[in-house]
Design a protein around this ligand. Sequence first.
Ligand SMILES: O=C(O)CCC(=O)C(=O)O
Ligand SMILES: [Mn+2]
Length: 378
Amino acid sequence: MAASIVESGEDAFRKIFKFYKRRNPPPDFTDVIDFSKDVLSNKIVPAKLDPAAVSDVEAAKVGLKPVIDWRAFGLQGYPGFIFISNPFLLGSRPFWVRQCLKTYPQKPNVCNLDMHMPPSDTQDIWGKSIHALSCPPSGKREQKSLLERLRWVTLGYHYNWDSKTYCAKNYTPFPTDLHLLSFQITAACGFPGFNAEAGILNYYRSDSSLGIHVDESELDHSRPLLSFSFGQSAIFLLGGTCRQDPPTAMYMHNGDVMVMSGQSRLLYHAVPRIVPAPQGHTILEMEGCSLASSLQDNTVVERMSKQDWEVCSKYMQTSRVNVTVRQVLGPGQSFPETPLIKPRTDAGQLAGYHNEPADRESERMRKSRSCDSVDTEE
Ligand SMILES: O=C(O)CCC(=O)C(=O)O
Ligand SMILES: [Mn+2]
């Protein structure tokens, strides 16, 4: 049992993070909650949704099933945490994956590659990567494509990784399609009027992880935080308000959505490991462009070309993309004149830190962000 490896007084979260991150020998995954199948446990409770808040037509417009058909769960001891097991209509996930790989990395959005390259080089990440990703693996390719080197993209109010703040000046319009998707999901979860103002996309390869952190930079914590998972699966750890609280481990599979609200909005969390999607569970290829033709007209979810889909499915065979959507300001709230730079009280309080020791690109990125000691003390 993972929790039993923790002795009192230790940083329990760190211990369990390292347990699940370990490669050799691989950890025992028996304690990891799988919402796609474990629904009869005393830890898992059904979550109450408000199906009247979103009509079936509004849901379908953004590629979601009718709310009445969503499988939504809560966790005993985590009030405000809602896990929705893949609420997407068959054929709509490929659209959202394409947005994450082709559309959202485009300017004016900001990405990790901008830190090391002139804007002309990061102008067309998709266009510069499709040839490499379309070719059969030769084993001889020397340089990874830009898409394979992409680690994060920020949207809306662009998160400043150094100061850990958002500011009024560093803003570009938030994608309307992703706002609409987030608006409908939060409304069904009892949060009408959600305003998607900032987004962080995390691009994980099979050896990536995300350090222990709390997302507290948003100015209004009464608004929920939304998280979408696409592609390969991940082990997600949800802890408490301090690092001594042992976290609960759960799988996040392709299409799963998580809502952190209320008392769960400011809990420690992390992704220690990416794991292959279960067989037959999330075969993205089966959901390609042909199935999207069964979607209704008049939706934000457009059909996609065969070429786009081939590139997306190839990339997703070894990757996971996570999108977190945040409302930064409450109604009528504005940024303070002088930004509040919080003193660093805890090494774990950093969002979006990936660790891939073998990857020089992410090593540089790690240095460019103050990092969580968890991942460096192997
Ligand atoms: O990848 C995930 O599931 C978590 C991402 C996250 O916590 C973040 O970006 O703040
Ligand atoms: Mn987070």
